[in-house]
Design a protein around this ligand. Structure first.
Ligand code: CUA
Length: 336
């Protein structure tokens, strides 16, 4: 009785674990682009073919078991052998060869081509991504816009995403938009992004790249062209000057502490190139590559002790007083 209970609990637990991968965000079967639609279609046809093949094999096994007492499998006379051989040749050799060859041509010639690096002349816009341990730097060529971890794109636009790495090998993967590409130092790899509907598509670094690999998420935010243009214009502009006395004090803290030697805030003297560009930090909805939400309380906690949030992160804790932390947080959360 106890054993059966444990068995049932095991089944429920594995079902929960398996199904946890379905639905929600980062769902490979939930396509929001032309490339991903092709991948999903291929998956279902392959899955369907495999199910049919499995069904045929199991039915034949079952038939054999039902007729186990009979002398011959198909008939009592001498043509037993010939029927059996034909069955093996057709179902066991010819059919799998034809199905596998067909799937190979479709998958490795047509689907691969539709998801491969787009011809630069076929795209309307380029976005450059540089992977770092453990965040993503994003540039929009032809503009001054630089951001991190949240990549805005216009919907129904063919975008050439060009990716590389500043340190180790990472992999850029937004499952609802396309397959993966490797981001390798010194090499540029490209992928097509063409979101068909507005939304926030979560992605994840999918190549182990160090202790915080799991906290290296990315969001692709697809929005209508007008909203995207407004966002890009704001991103390209320099930072808002501090408006209150607290914010002015916060900027002074930023510039006098090591913050400015690692981060850039365009429009100030902070020109560091190690960490993310913070010019419009307050316009992002998350911090530390989607690890925590971007709220004043989380931002304050992150600055006070980054290692508590993301152990191993390259950002050191800077010794600041409680008041300095408040001023710095007020200034940074003002940078819309
Ligand atoms: Cu970057 Cu894993």
């Amino acid at each position: 009785m106890q054993q059966r209970g444990a068995c049932r609990a095991g089944v429920v637990l594995s079902a929960v674990c398996l199904l946890a991968g379905c639905g929600g965000n980062q769902d490979t079967l939930h396509a929001h682009s032309s490339a991903q639609s092709n991948i999903v279609e291929l998956f279902w046809v392959m899955f369907g073919s495999a199910c049919v093949g499995f069904g045929v094999v199991v039915s034949l096994l079952f038939l054999g078991w039902l007729r186990r007492e009979r002398a011959g499998f198909f008939a009592a006379d001498g043509d037993v052998d010939r029927t059996g051989t034909r069955l093996v040749v057709v179902l066991g050799v010819a059919l799998p060869l034809a199905v596998l060859a067909g799937l190979f041509v479709w998958a490795d010639i047509f689907v691969v081509r539709s998801t491969a690096a787009p011809a630069p002349s076929s795209t309307q816009m380029t976005v450059e991504v540089v992977a770092h341990q453990w965040w993503w730097e994003v540039h929009y060529p032809g503009t001054a816009a630089v951001t991190a971890n949240e990549i805005h794109i216009p919907t129904n636009t063919r975008i050439d995403l060009v990716g590389t790495s500043a340190d180790v090998i990472h992999s850029f993967w937004v499952p609802e938009l396309n397959r993966k590409i490797e981001l390798i130092p010194g090499i540029e790899n490209r992928i097509l992004l063409d979101a068909t509907s507005p939304g926030v598509y979560r992605g994840q670094c999918s190549e182990f790249c160090g202790v915080q690999h799991a906290h290296m998420a990315v969001a692709v935010i697809a929005e209508p062209a007008g909203r995207f243009r407004a966002w890009l214009a704001n991103m390209a502009a320099p930072a808002l000057p501090p408006a209150t006395a607290t914010e002015r004090a916060g900027l002074r803290v930023f510039l006098s502490e090591p913050c400015a030697s690692c981060h850039t805030i365009r429009g100030t003297s902070a020109r560091g190139g190690v960490g993310p560009d913070l010019t419009h930090l307050a316009s992002r909805s998350t911090l530390a590559a989607l690890t925590i939400p971007n709220t004043p309380a989380y931002l304050r906690g992150w600055i006070a002790n980054p290692q508590a949030v993301k152990p191993g992160a390259k950002m050191p804790a800077v010794p600041l007083s409680g008041r300095q932390l408040d001023e710095l947080t007020a200034y940074l959360e003002h940078l819309r």
